[in-house]
Design a binder for this molecule. Sequence first.
Ligand SMILES: [Zn+2]
Length: 314
Amino acid sequence: MKKETPFGALEIWDAHTHFFSHIFFATLIKQSPTLSQDANAFVTAATITGWEMPSANSAEFAAKWISEFDRHNLAGAMMIASVPDDEASIAAAVQVFPERIVGAFFLDPTKPDAEARAVRAFDELKLKVVCLFPAMSHFSMAECEGVRAIVSAASTRPGTVVFVHCGALSVGVRKKLGLSSKFDLRFSNPLDIYKLAAEFPATNFIVPHFGAGFFRETLMLADLCPNVFLDTSSSNKWMNYAPTPTDLPTIFKQSINVVGTERLLFGTDSSFFPRGWVSKIFDEQIVALMEIGISAEQAQAIFGGNFKRLLHLN
Ligand SMILES: [Zn+2]
């Protein structure tokens, strides 16, 4: 499937979307002192957020996303099960749509069963991307033994990837539901990934949102480690933290100067309905890349080719 763009028809893969499953919301509801006492908690959560609650049947929910992808002519997406212990939801989605959905799962590597969970997710559930949130799970990428085991497991499984959220972290839905978020942003520096990325060159890493505020550090890391990829997702509000005013074309240009066009992965960070797939972010990135004048071939790489190569998709 291809999408018409100013670069011509491109096969688009979104490298960063969320699969906010029934279990995702059930988990957040349990964490809320009020919602956990509410007999109609899902209805209340829908009212508070203005979001549609997903079907409890993950295959059905996946079908909703696929019709959304069809509407926008997207080939497919990486979808992240975004709370711990939710591998089964995204695995069900991948099982029904293996050609369209690349499965990713949140993992807390400080838990004693983390390595076993990762191995099971890769080998049995056919998930390809393990997602680590050091600030959320309170660990250092450089020092946590559990992380080392997971990175090592990925190194022997071609086509798997370790995604590490760095930089500023705020989870919109947690805020909306009034949940406290005890994050520790000291663990958010992309340079913490360096040691493992250098030790395990066969493991590929994704740093989302250009490092979400640690742009310089992300470029340093990616320059030194050819196994580090950057995703371009979200509104990139972190640009507000840049030492001098900047914009998306400038960020793309500098990224391409340092890492080239082969390690940038287009993403949107789409996550809920009724908003669905955030085409505005796609449009902005197309405009930014037109402005800096990349070729159609380079555009195809950023908008899907790199992703397919990284994840070993056909
Ligand atoms: Zn995200």
